[in-house]
Design a binder for this molecule. Structure first.
Ligand SMILES: [Zn+2]
Length: 115
């Protein structure tokens, strides 16, 4: 059995989530810019480096997708915090271990259900 999160723990996790959100938004702003640049550069570079550029663009898009996904998770966690139902397992409804949340503030399931 797990004790409820203290207001201090919640405040700490909220700060983490907000920092994470800011980071993700910055990364997304940067990466949308860098994918534009790759597009423009393709005209002026040779075939091999063009393939490199395409590969890099692919990776940038992949990172962008992951960041977008994570941003959605962060926002979901923040909304749950507003509603006061943050930190509960979506499977069994038990409280998620605060150590697990500190490591991954967007964790949706307790360790038992996630494994
Ligand atoms: Zn669970």
């Amino acid at each position: 059995m797990q004790d409820e999160l203290t207001p201090e723990q919640l405040a700490e996790l909220k700060t983490k989530l907000l920092v994470l959100k800011q980071d993700l938004q910055n990364d997304l702003a940067d990466s949308s810019h860098s994918t534009d640049t790759v597009e423009l550069d393709q005209q002026s570079v040779g075939r091999l480096s063009r393939m490199d550029a395409m590969q890099m663009q692919q990776m940038a898009l992949e990172t962008q997708r992951r960041n977008q996904q994570q941003l959605i998770e962060v926002e979901r966690a923040l909304i749950q915090m507003e509603k006061g139902d943050y930190g509960y397992c979506s499977q069994c409804g038990d409280l998620i271990n605060p150590k697990r949340l500190a490591f991954n503030p967007t964790a949706r399931m307790c360790i038992e259900c996630a494994s």
